[in-house]
Write a protein that binds this ligand. Structure first.
Ligand code: NDP
Length: 331
């Protein structure tokens, strides 16, 4: 059995030294009510960076020396639980282990005939739900409005933009390479894109891309990019504070330009969003995402890295933007 532990907490940007891979004999036996799970796909996500620090957040920090955990799709390879049988596929937040035992309590079955298994970690999983619910619950989109999305070529952002187009909005995406900006337009149907890495004056670029101003800002990155977007917001604009990856590696509490005057003069809303606080809406959101996927109104990109042992590198590459769409590890 292979396991990946948090070896030490990162200060600033994480490196491979923060992780440790160990191997042990398989002496797992299941008791009544338990199932034996073999990991098939692992999700590496930006929020794991927060959990690597010893700071209080909406999910508890990882413990040094203990396995890391994240969203995993596993196959039931043995079962003494009446709800699961050998050959079922399940999703849960599980340890970074190739084999493990579960009491079955939080396992959700997933159907490989309805969507590819990896999609349950992305478009019909946590990141798709984040895109759908963040946009609807806080963004309250109306046809004809202008939506701007940061982190636009990523797992959440690429879905936000596509939903915006389905709902009849003008959609602008911000991403970290010309190739990604091209992908936003050619594959995900965004109207315009901005490469924040090669644009000196983001405020001017956003004004040019959104001549009618911004009604909804779906923010995945925070920091300076977001400060620049807020210079273009319209009256009654809504900002969804979904993520702030640009400051996750900061060692000091970030402070930005004082954006309050923009919010005041536009009667604008800015609201934090955590997808798990909207779990009562998951069934309807899943239903809609699956329907759009079936109708080919939605598409998705995955970067799949092969090999359990490559999970830490996949996490680092995801943080660095060296991928498109959802980053997933196939075991
Ligand atoms: P992504 O697939 O978007 O991957 C992260 C991307 O962020 C990178 O690939 C990179 O792309 C970009 N990025 C990295 N550093 C910076 C930076 N300094 N400035 C701007 N962009 C940067 O991840 P997800 O779609 O899974 O998550 C997107 C955001 O949503 C994250 O902030 C995450 O924490 C948040 N999130 C929040 C949830 C919630 O419930 N609130 C749930 C899920 C995600 P590029 O090449 O464009 O720089």
């Amino acid at each position: 059995i292979q396991t990946i532990h948090l070896k030490k907490r990162p200060v600033g940007a994480p490196t491979l030294d923060n992780f440790e891979l160990t191997e042990s004999e398989n002496n797992l036996n299941i008791k009544d009510g338990e199932v034996l799970l073999e990991t098939k796909y692992l999700s590496v996500d930006p929020y794991l960076r927060g959990r690597m620090s010893d700071a209080k957040s909406y999910v508890p920090p990882f413990e040094v020396g203990k396995p890391i955990n994240s969203g995993i799709i596993a196959e039931v390879i043995d079962s003494k639980n009446e709800n699961f049988k050998k050959g079922d596929f399940v999703r849960d937040r599980l340890d970074w282990k190739t084999l493990q035992v579960s009491d079955g309590e939080n396992l959700q079955k997933v159907n490989p005939d309805k969507a590819p298994l990896s999609a349950y970690l992305g478009i019909v999983g946590m990141t798709g739900l984040t895109a759908y619910l963040g946009l609807h619950e806080i963004g309250k989109p109306k046809k004809g409005e202008t939506l701007i999305v940061s982190g636009a070529a990523g797992a959440v952002g690429s879905v936000v933009g596509q939903i915006g187009k389905i709902l009849g909005l003008t959609v602008i995406g911000i991403a970290g390479s010309d190739e990604k900006v091209e992908l936003l337009k050619s594959e995900f149907g965004f109207d315009r894109g901005i490469n924040y890495k090669t644009t000196d004056d983001m405020k001017a670029a956003i004004k040019e891309a959104a001549p009618n101003g911004v009604d909804i800002y779906f923010d995945n990155v925070g920091g300076e990019i977001s400060d620049a977007v807020l210079f273009s917001i319209n009256k009654f604009a809504r900002t969804i504070n979904c993520g702030a990856i640009s400051v996750y590696n900061n060692t000091e509490t970030p402070t930005g330009v004082s954006v309050q005057p923009f919010l005041i003069k536009n009667s604008a809303l800015m609201q934090g969003f955590i997808v798990s606080n909207y779990s009562d809406k998951f069934p309807e959101a899943m239903e809609q995402l699956s329907t759009w996927l079936g109708e080919e109104k939605l598409t998705y990109r995955e970067t799949i890295v092969e090999g359990f042992e490559n999970t830490p590198q996949a996490f680092l590459d995801m943080m660095d933007g060296k991928k498109k769409g959802k980053m997933i590890v196939k075991v």
